[in-house]
Unconditional design. Structure first.
Ligand SMILES: Cc1ncc(COP(=O)(O)O)c(C=O)c1O
Length: 402
């Protein structure tokens, strides 16, 4: 076992909750087992990465197979790489027809940065519109899109020309105008909890972007890959983006991200001179893509109820059990869709004590970046009914102990 002080001295950390420290030994399905043999239920899925469960055998098999052929060879574009083509063709079958070209990267923030660069090369405008209290990553470009000054002040100067509007506030849509290059939006913003779109808001946002020629960039980095009950959450709100950004669950546990856009926008990036409109050495790594393709097919099977486990409950039905049964004096409400849910604590309840008690009761969870009173309920989509009941039981006992 590794001592915490030694780990911290050697590996840079940002964890502010000292008592919550585990050293995982193995992880399988919804379970993470530490070096003492204690078992935890993962209610975070590695922050929406391990959607089809830890150590999913189909993903492991795909990784092994690709490892036998080749690992990294060349930055893509120069060589024709089959894993890149296979993934592109499969995901395109599942997406709206206007999203034709995929640019592979490694992480979510890279996907967002690449999408913004493509938008800039396409319409040559400067203004970027983002939403208050939304998070798209930790690179300097993405930090420029954090609305709260306390997250920005130590990194100035940041990107100019970023303006903020409030999600679900229709009056704010007028701030999107002829100078706006792009709007970056999460389908279901997750910074403060789980914020559902209301009154056709996303359709109205789409319409406003069309009116002024702004590019609509959709961040489905958390909501993607079955989390909300459809492959992507936007399918439930009757609109389509110009560019879709994905990552996290995309790699099935390996690093992988992408932005997928309309041909004319992606061409602006591909035809840019000098050459590097956007680039990344490891983007589209063949092993990550093999894992990603296996993961994508597993998610589709789950959504089509082909996994034949545990009464074949849909993702919505699984989420509904949490939304119905998680009632406690410390809980104000639970909101969400599918297995993308947040518990909102009552005022005065100490969220740190809640998190620590959850860990003590074998539940891995966390809070939302801009609202620590919102606790995540996002287990792997493969969770069974009896595992859901077990997790609810543990959560309620953890809350009782606070
Ligand atoms: C909604 C959203 N967008 C973008 C990102 C950034 O992704 P990454 O950490 O892979 O850069 C995150 C990360 O948590 C996220 O939650």
């Amino acid at each position: 076992m590794i001592k915490l002080e030694d780990f911290r001295r050697n590996v840079a950390q940002i964890n502010e909750l000292d008592p919550i420290v585990i050293e995982p030994q193995t992880a399988e399905g919804i379970w993470v087992t530490d070096t003492h043999g204690k078992k935890y239920i993962d209610m975070l899925s590695g922050i929406c990465v391990d959607n089809t469960g830890h150590k999913n055998p189909k993903i492991i098999e795909a990784i092994k197979k690709q490892c036998e052929d080749y690992l990294h060879i060349m930055v893509y574009g120069e060589f024709i790489q089959k894993p890149q083509m296979d993934y592109a063709l499969r995901i395109k079958e599942l997406l709206p027809h206007n999203l034709t070209q995929i640019f592979y990267v490694n992480t979510g923030c890279e996907a967002i940065e690449g999408a913004i660069k493509a938008a800039k090369l396409y319409n040559h405008r400067e203004k970027i519109i983002n939403f208050t209290n939304s998070y798209h990553g930790a690179t300097l470009g993405c930090v420029s899109m954090l609305s709260d000054e306390k997250f920005r002040k130590d990194f100035q100067p940041l990107l100019p020309c970023v303006d903020f509007i409030k999600f679900n506030y229709e009056d704010d849509l007028q701030k999107i105008d002829e100078n706006t290059c792009c709007v970056v939006v999460e389908t279901i913003p997750v910074g403060e909890g789980v914020q559902m779109p209301k009154n056709d808001y996303l359709k109205k946002l789409r319409k406003r972007c069309n009116e002024v020629g702004a590019i609509l960039i959709l961040d489905e980095i958390q909501t993607g890959f079955g989390r909300t009950g459809t492959l992507f959450a936007f399918e439930q709100f009757d609109f389509e983006p110009d560019i879709l950004c994905i990552a996290k669950a995309m790699g099935g546990g390996l690093p992988l991200g992408a932005f997928i856009g309309k041909e004319e926008i992606m061409n602006a990036l591909n035809n840019h001179h000098p050459l590097i409109g956007h680039a990344t050495t490891q983007g589209g790594n063949p092993v990550s893509l093999a894992a990603g393709l296996a993961q994508l097919n597993c998610v589709v099977d789950i959504l089509e109820n082909k996994n034949n486990i545990d009464e074949n409950l849909t993702i919505q039905e699984k989420g509904e059990i949490y939304r119905k049964e998680l009632k406690h004096k410390h809980i104000n409400r639970i909101e969400g869709i599918g297995l993308f849910n947040a518990i909102y604590l009552n005022e005065g309840v100490d969220w740190q004590k809640i998190l620590i008690s959850c860990f003590n009761h074998g539940i891995i969870t966390g809070t939302h970046l801009f609202n620590p009173n919102a606790i995540s309920i996002k287990p792997p989509l493969t969770i069974t009914k009896s595992e859901i009941k077990e997790s609810i039981n543990r959560i309620l006992r953890a809350f009782d102990a606070v």
